[in-house]
Design a protein around this ligand. Structure first.
Ligand SMILES: Nc1ncnc2c1ncn2[C@@H]1O[C@H](COP(=O)(O)OP(=O)(O)O)[C@@H](O)[C@H]1O
Ligand SMILES: [Mg+2]
Length: 311
């Protein structure tokens, strides 16, 4: 401050500069300060400053940086997925070869072949998983168009679970699914819906960190008769026994960039994007939660009606 005043007295004004001030509660507020010196003739009288609260500007700047970084990450992962595909094809080719060679070996040394067979099968399984992940990542980043088709939510949810399976495994999450046999199809875009459920599962997993047991349950329920005429469709309920949300969080959870997670972990965009997607589908998403009591998200989607046809 003293250095600033000295400069001000000698030069008459100072460059606009940014600083932090504390509010009553002790929060740091970013401000922009413009200062001028007031003279009586050549005698310095006092200083005059305009202090502007620039919280909003700062927030917007940070959000912009964050979202462009996210977009970059999306593009990079699609590229990486693409680059992995070629060497992976070679690995799979040799695995096939190994498998045929093992069949030959089995004729001479059945015990030895059986031991190797297990290892090779495990390798093939993992390679298959990598392939599926890459395929998904590429589709995911490519799918900007929103063509609506008849979608079986069971497949969408299984794919979404597959995409976050590593995270769920690491968190020791037990997943239960209740899928009825005769579920109506919904009208939707599978890869966008997958994005919604991936986010819900991933949020649930975050909220259940450190909880034993961590329970995630997914229920699919036809609403009414499951046809459009009676206002029905399919409801997906995603229930976790995690931390739950206090009212302040619950009220803000759908706001863009609202997150309670540490920097670098949460983007605060998951639920915002999810709600946009669900609304574009003509559906609804809402969350019920109480602090310490876990959370249930309800996603309702309109049914597929053949006469409406694909878009
Ligand atoms: N299942 C859940 N349990 C508890 N809190 C949740 C749950 N889902 C979302 N939230 C809260 O809503 C916030 C916003 O979620 P989201 O938009 O997905 O952004 P992010 O996951 O990046 O924080 C989270 O930071 C969290 O506080
Ligand atoms: Mg999220």
């Amino acid at each position: 401050m003293e250095a600033g005043f000295r400069e001000l007295k000698t030069q008459g004004s100072r460059e606009v500069h940014e600083s932090l001030v504390l509010d009553k509660a002790g929060n740091r507020i970013p401000v922009e300060i413009r200062s001028f010196a007031v003279y009586d003739g050549s005698r310095f009288l006092r200083t005059f400053s305009i202090v502007r609260d620039i919280r909003e500007v700062k927030n917007l700047q940070n959000q912009l940086i964050h979202s462009s970084r996210l977009a970059a990450i999306g593009e990079i992962s699609a590229c990486i997925a693409h680059d992995i595909t070629n060497p992976l094809a070679v690995i799979k080719l040799y695995l096939d070869l190994l498998q045929t060679q093992l069949q030959d070996l089995a004729a001479h040394d059945p015990a030895g072949a059986a031991g190797l067979d297990d290892s090779v099968n495990n390798l093939a399984k993992s390679a298959g998983k990598i392939e599926k992940l890459c395929l998904h990542l590429r589709e995911f980043s490519r799918s900007r168009e929103t063509t609506m088709e008849a979608v079986d939510l069971r497949g969408v949810i299984n794919d979404a679970l597959f995409m976050v399976s590593n995270k769920l495994d690491r968190g020791g999450v037990a997943v239960t699914k209740q899928f009825p046999e005769d579920l109506p199809l919904v009208r939707g875009n599978a890869s966008q819906l997958e994005q919604v459920f991936m986010n819900l599962f991933s949020n649930a997993c975050d909220a259940m960190q450190g909880r034993t047991p961590s329970l995630l349950s997914i229920n699919l329920v036809p609403v009414f008769g499951g046809n459009r005429a009676d206002g029905g469709g399919v409801e997906v309920r995603v229930t976790d026994n995690g931390s739950g949300m206090p009212a302040t969080v619950r009220d803000q959870m759908f706001l863009p960039f609202f997150t309670t997670k540490p920097k670098g972990e949460g983007t605060g965009l998951g639920l915002t994007i999810s709600r946009n997607i669900i609304r574009r589908h003509g559906g609804e998403i809402r969350g019920e939660s109480e602090e310490g009591k876990g959370t249930v998200f309800h996603v309702t989607l309109p049914p597929w009606t053949p006469q409406a046809g694909p878009e």
